[in-house]
Design a protein around this ligand. Structure first.
Ligand code: 9D3
Length: 238
């Protein structure tokens, strides 16, 4: 499942540059019976299977003995919901061990014995923790120095942090009567920058006011927001 996302594009380049290292571990390789049994039926009965603790414990022990101490994160629907603040703080760790289940539950004692954090990627049900693990790796990797171009990182650090993106356009200037805003063709970079900031704020106010409430706004942002609110009250533009 991991071969596509981890061997393409930005993640591939980050691995090639040695910025990140990803090791995939199959807990079945840490079973000791002939059938490589990693799961069993639940005590107390009921549907579904439960991942056994021993193979997971042995896999974890083998990794932490060679790599040293680091957070052990289980991807689970019961976890703390992932957001950019959590991504940022995890991006500062030297290493992470990610544990994901597929279809089935994991013996509760795995949590007690080895798990330090539990993370969900949102309130919807998937078939396993693999895609959430890929999401986490992807989001963390793009935060690491040297992964994105310098220009992209500067953008992230400055104004647009915590706001929705402003609209972008490329050639042609007109398509089926749909025009590119004149200001973007004006060559006035001060005015373009202001327009973009305003569009970012407008879109965030209209679609995600919760994001605006979290963000500490500077003078320019507050005054742009004031303009936007007056325009909306006046029934102009959408
Ligand atoms: C909440 C559903 N559970 C009810 C008994 C069973 C269940 C279904 C699917 C338990 C785990 C899963 C597989 N999902 C994950 O492992 C998972 C997940 C998710 O489904 N949504 C968002 N984030 C995550 S992180 C791991």
């Amino acid at each position: 499942m991991f071969q596509g996302p981890f061997n393409e594009s930005i993640i591939k380049r980050a691995r090639e540059k040695g910025i990140i290292e990803i090791n995939l571990i199959n807990i079945r390789d840490f079973t000791e019976d002939k059938h490589k049994t990693a799961d069993d039926t639940p005590f107390g009965g009921g549907a579904g299977m439960v991942l056994k603790i021993e193979p997971i414990y042995r896999a974890w022990k083998s990794v932490s003995e060679s790599r040293g101490e680091c957070p052990v994160i289980m991807l689970s629907p019961q976890g703390r919901k992932l957001d950019q603040d959590l991504v940022k703080s995890l991006s500062k760790e030297k290493g992470l061990i990610l544990l994901c289940g597929h279809y089935e539950g994991i013996d509760e004692r795995v949590r007690e014995a080895i798990i330090t954090d539990e993370i969900s990627i949102g309130d919807y049900v998937l078939t396993g923790g693999e895609i959430p693990a890929m999401v986490l790796v992807d989001a963390i990797t793009r935060m690491l120095p040297g992964v994105l171009g310098d220009e992209q990182s500067k953008l992230e650090d400055s104004f647009y942090n915590g706001l929705l993106d402003y609209p972008v356009y490329t050639r042609p200037r007109e398509f089926m009567g749909l025009k590119v805003p004149d200001i973007l063709l004006s060559g006035n970079h001060g005015a373009i920058d202001r327009w973009r900031k305003k569009e970012s704020l407008k879109k965030t106010l209209l679609r995600r006011p919760d994001l605006l409430e979290k963000k500490i706004l500077n003078h320019e942002e507050l005054s742009l927001l004031d303009e936007i609110k007056k325009e909306i009250a006046g029934g102009e533009n959408g």
